[in-house]
Design a binder for this molecule. Structure first.
Ligand code: NAP
Length: 250
């Protein structure tokens, strides 16, 4: 690792990604914040991080587009230096729907945003971190969802399936690069209090489901960030291919 290690967090202008960016910065990382559209939110996170005295760049890039992912990693090479950690966090869901109302356009948009993006970002990270490519190793953490195991019936089966694919990527890539100095792990958050639920058409979803969660509340972005940070840190040096459920028991 660099003396000031470098982390790229996709989708870190808001929610879990933003909380993760703040936590890495507090722990001495130089941070690349990435966002797709909300520049104002991204710049606000950058401002907070700079107040902590950490280095921080902001790069707009739609991670569902291969050319933009390549540009994102080139910006990190140029402006921060050699990458140590990638957090594949950016993700979307869409209006709650039963399967018979889904169409291919929607499903494909979810697939490229939630799955293809993680493959291409991981590819760029492995090229930089793998000892096979003269790198110095590193860590990747994928943000999945407990929806991968529950299937999200009547609401988001397509979203849930994208997260199932992420869990498979985590296992496969972990073994592929385990001998090359790179650890690959994942977190599966449950219901976390962020703005993503509004995109599904139910901004109050966390409140509605709180009593069905054994711990009796939704989680916070900061609680998920702690799990992500631990998996990326040297404290988790023997963890690879692991996926931690952060669900309040659900
Ligand atoms: P959020 O509050 O809606 O934030 C999403 C972030 O991703 C924003 O920074 C957004 O950027 C960015 N983003 C979206 N599409 C992008 C793209 N194509 N390229 C680059 N950035 C993009 O979501 P969140 O709740 O923090 O979710 C973060 C991750 O956790 C997602 O993968 C989600 O599936 C997962 N998750 C969330 C929950 C939950 O209950 N919240 C539960 C399980 C898993 P802009 O600000 O520019 O739009």
């Amino acid at each position: 690792m660099n003396s000031m290690p470098i982390v790229v967090i996709t989708g870190s202008s808001r929610g879990i990604g933003a909380a993760t960016a703040r936590l890495f910065a507090k722990n001495g990382y130089a941070v690349c914040i990435n966002y797709r559209a909300n520049e104002e939110a991204a710049l606000e996170v950058q401002k907070e991080i700079k107040k902590l005295g950490a280095r921080c760049i902001v790069v707009q890039a739609d991670v569902s587009r291969e050319d933009e992912v390549v540009r994102l990693f080139e910006a990190v090479d140029k402006k921060l230096g050699r990458l140590d950690v990638l957090i594949n966090n950016a993700g979307i869901l869409m209006q709650q729907s039963r399967l018979e109302d889904l169409d291919a356009e929607r499903i494909n948009k979810l697939l490229i945003t939630n799955v293809t993006s993680c493959f291409i970002c991981s590819r760029e990270a492995v090229k930089r971190m793998s000892t096979k490519h003269s790198g110095e190793g590193g860590a990747i953490v994928n943000v999945s969802s407990v929806a991968a195991t529950l299937g999200a019936p009547n609401e988001y089966t397509d979203y849930a399936a994208t997260k199932g694919a992420i869990d498979t990527l985590t296992r496969g890539l972990a073994v592929e690069v385990a001998g090359e100095g790179i650890r690959v792990n994942g977190v599966r958050p449950g219901i976390i209090d962020t703005e993503i639920h509004a995109d599904g058409g139910e901004p109050g979803r966390v409140h509605r489901l709180a009593s069905a969660i054994p711990i009796q509340r939704g989680g916070t972005a900061e609680e998920v960030a702690q799990g992500i940070y631990w998996l990326a840190s040297n404290e988790a040096s023997y963890a690879t291919g692991a996926i931690i459920d952060l669900t309040g028991g659900r």
